[in-house]
Write a new protein. Sequence first.
Lengths: 390, 284
Amino acid sequence: MAEVTTTTPTRQGSDGAAPLELNKHKGSPARPVRVIVGAVGMAVTAWFVCNAFLAFAYYPGMFANSGILIGILGLVVGIGGSVLFFYFLNLCIEGFPTRFAEGLIPYAFLLPGFSLIALFLLYPTVQTIVYSFANDNSTAWVGLDNYTAIFSTGHFWSTLLNNLLWILIVPVLSVAFGLAVAVLADKLSPAGENAAKSMIFLPMAISFVGAATIWGLVYAYNSPGETQTGLLNAIVTTLGGDPQPWYQIDAARLNSLALMVILIWLQTGFAMVLISSAIKGVPEDTIEAGRMDGATEVRIFWQIVFPQVRATLLAVLITVLILVLKVFDLIYVTTNGLYNSDVIANLFFRKLFTDQQAGQASAIVVVLLILVIPILIYQVKSFRDQEANR
Amino acid sequence: MSMTMKDGRRRSIFATIAMPLLAILWTVPTIGLLVTSFRSREAAASTGWWTSLWEGGWTLDNYAQVLGDPSISGSLINSIVVAVPATVLPIMFAAFAAYAFTFIKFPAKDVLFIVIVALMVVPIQVAFQPMLDLLGPRGLGINGQFVAVWMLHTGFGMPLAVYILRNYMATLPHSVVESAKIDGASHFQTFWRLVAPMSSPAIAAFATLQFLWVWNDLLIAKLFLGGGENKTVIVSLQQMLGTQGQGTELLTAGAFVSMVIPMLVFFGLQRFLVRGMTAGSVKG
């Protein structure tokens, strides 16, 4: 391995401690002092950071009740603490004999990150599954009661149907619009392309609550006869129609569709950016070859460009799909699930927060978890394929 | 002559007409909010915002009131206090993990990374009930404090951070790391002196995504910070959305105030965001 890489010109990049090379090959013996100093250092750092963070929470008065001060101290303690922790961790590991240390180091690097993942994602997932078989204050087992309770209500099935509609409609349309914009923008002058893309990308910075406020002005409804202040109803009445309370119409799930428009509006920019970069990556000569053969632009797109960006389209579709499954804020701040517009995440929130039915809330999350399993398997599989091709 | 552009491509008439139309369609709702936020309640309730050019009703009062309201301006500061540490804290943990995944061979590496890929799909709702127990009065009792939300966002953001950073690091030339090793640098030194600085575009990309996500988050802020003194600006806005009559004119101004900072961050770091998202994250 060494013979291949010694010739790389970047060698001076690290501050060439050439003498260490010899040392490294021999392997260094155990240095117990380092191990101990490192271990003690880690413990003290962790202890200090934890106590500092708890102090922010328990005694805000010590920090003049100032959010800004707590924020700055949190940053300093958090970053400084993690630098120190990794320093001592490394010191501790390097104190072991070289061969042993080499094997240990990857796990040491993963340890802090994975501890957080285990604490905030893995443990709660297991715990939630357990809670779904327990009563509302998690003091006694109730078997499958929570599941039978949720599945026996018509509301839950209506909610599932809504989620299904969201899943079928939003990802496909977001990708379709993203693709259309990416293709059209690619044909403009660079300045025009940048301006158009920025305008479509902008909603990505807007929160769901902000978007709901913005679209509230589009969907606003005033009684017939009054001036319509909502853009959509103004257009409808100008065309001679009657104003409609859009969020309240559950016929054909029109209210859900109105809400989906908001999410598509938010997500198209994201889709566009990824698709656009894939389109720009299509080799020019494949397109040129199509032109030589006299193919129309439309045909060139479908037969040459599209197959080459299909993988990206699929990846974007899945990303939006994952987001759609968890959609909550939009429904919560607009209809709050009334008029048959509920979705799983909002139902979960209501059960947990408003109704205080932790057992059923957990069961709902488990249903959501089961729904994402196919996507999860697909993601892992496509990741493996990608790695095999790397 | 006018059929081709400066760079020699043919001009597409369809695109020159359709694209501006789409761009305008995408922008109109936001412009509606911006215009309405500068109109008085009476004007906004009696005429559409698009008529304001001739109907008038302009005022700066909404902004004066929103920024003068200590509850709203306080929540704006709270949002910064929540978002900045929650954006910065995950980065170092994730970067070390990503380094190990990219440059070190070790048993169980694939399995561990697949855990990361899988966890990006798992909805964070699974964590809420156990976390309310752990952080709430039944556990540590720090619910409602900034620390609780920093920790949650750090944990929840970790899989995405590791994933983005690892994919970016995989595009760095391995020879650089190999030669550092031959020069006797330890992994710790290689990480600090070479890989971390070289990964700064991906770090910026993750930071942008995480900042937007934390700033715009309603669910975690509402459950773990609540609607009281420590509420974020998004929770403020959500509370305003529920009001009727008096005070509705503040909603639009409040919404715009809540959007300004994420938009500045977004446009400031857009370049990195696009590069980080497209580098390896979604590869055909």
